[in-house]
Design a protein around this ligand. Structure first.
Ligand code: FE2
Length: 380
């Protein structure tokens, strides 16, 4: 619920040249204006912009799923809310997906408020123009944090964490678990405007998708799955584990497969594989015995390896960066922030993505509070 703060580390010539942090100066930060006013009107220009960062067609956005994107500069100064030249009329997820085949940015916006669609899909071309929006019918008002694309399809997750006005009044996350809502994955053709085809699945919750891909008539979706979420209150998290759904478009059958028992979150991949067959994912993991680290999951063999933090250190999300001349999918590095409890400080850590050995540690000049998602923005 807090205001977004950006932390930037500039790397060049083999060195960390600069660290800077800045608040995202959204309308809410500057004036306190809420996303939902006392008159229940939604102000998509307000919001916290506290969840993720994405760059597309020369613009950098700080994102939170309740609001328009907030444009920022490479120096982390705030430009302001961005509505794609007046074409966007919903919020924007913090997890848009760039299609490596077309260079388009796909995203959705959802809302719990009746004056906005429960779910809308949007497509931005490679030059940055919002060129398509579609309203998607879903039975209720659910919290939708992430989705997936493949070259031909968009996959939505309509899961049983539903809007709860009572929790909204209490100032906590305004959603709760529902035993009645059911759970379904929606498959939408990227071309044409057929209705979305829904596949019922076992009730669960997913914040983050690892990836999806097409396999003939099947669509495979991998994600970090919670058995349930927020039954009693918004601290009711449980653990997320890697899970695979295989949707058979010919027979309408759904296959569910738990993949691993390690509690994970914040999975990332080589984003040049988004929507395509892929082999590796990298996720923040609870490795047991108070050990934090990053698990590299090999989806081809269902085996894993890990980078384990030192005693008293806690990792955040690690982002995959491919080598410029990469010859294999894991030819590159994973980069992230590690909090060191013993000195109450933070390190920027670079790990070789193949062998998971530490390549470099940069001690930052100040502690970086725990956050959500990061991004590698090359060439700035
Ligand atoms: Fe997220």
């Amino acid at each position: 619920m807090g205001d977004g703060m950006l932390h930037g580390i500039r790397l060049s010539d083999g060195r960390a040249q600069r660290y800077a942090n800045r608040w995202v100066r959204t309308k809410t930060f500057e004036t306190g204006g809420p996303v939902i006013g006392a008159d229940r009107r939604v102000d998509l220009r307000a919001g916290s912009a506290n969840t993720s960062v994405v760059e597309h067609a020369g613009r950098i956005f700080a994102l939170v799923e309740s609001s328009f994107p907030c444009e920022i500069t490479p120096q982390l100064e705030t430009v302001g809310a961005y509505d794609f030249d007046g074409r966007l009329h919903t919020a924007m997820t913090a997890h848009p997906k760039r299609c490596p085949v077309t260079g388009e940015l796909h995203f959705f916006g959802y809302s719990a408020m009746p004056q906005l669609p429960a779910l809308a899909y949007h497509r931005v071309d490679s030059a940055g123009a919002l060129v398509e929006s579609r309203i998607i019918d879903i039975p209720g008002r659910t919290m939708m944090h992430d989705f997936a694309i493949t070259p031909n399809y968009v996959i939505f997750m309509d899961l049983p964490v539903v809007f709860d006005p009572q929790r909204a009044m209490q100032g906590t996350m305004p959603f709760r678990w529902s035993d009645d809502y059911g759970a379904r994955l929606g498959v939408m053709n990227r071309a044409g405007n057929e209705t979305v085809r829904w596949f019922d699945i076992e009730p669960c919750y997913v914040f983050h998708v690892v990836n999806a891909f097409e396999d003939g008539d099947r669509i495979v979706l991998d994600a970090a799955r919670y058995k349930e979420l927020w039954r009693n209150n918004a601290n009711d998290f449980g653990e997320a584990k890697l899970h695979r759904w295989t949707l058979d478009l010919a027979s309408s059958a759904v296959r569910e497969q738990p993949l691993d028992d390690t509690p994970v979150e914040f999975p990332r991949i080589d984003e040049s594989r988004t929507g395509l067959s892929y082999r590796y994912g990298y996720a923040l993991a609870d490795l047991g015995e108070a050990r934090s680290g990053i698990v590299k999951h090999d989806f081809a063999t269902n085996r894993k390896s890990s980078f384990v933090c030192d005693d008293g250190q806690i990792a955040g999300e690690f982002v995959f960066v491919a080598a410029a001349d990469a010859k294999a999918e894991d030819d590159g590095w994973i980069l992230g922030l590690v909090y060191d409890q013993t000195r109450d400080g933070s390190d920027f850590v670079i790990v070789d993505a193949r062998g998971l050995t530490r390549i470099a540690t940069v001690q930052l000049p100040q502690r970086v509070p725990g956050g959500f998602h990061g991004a590698w923005l090359p060439g700035l």
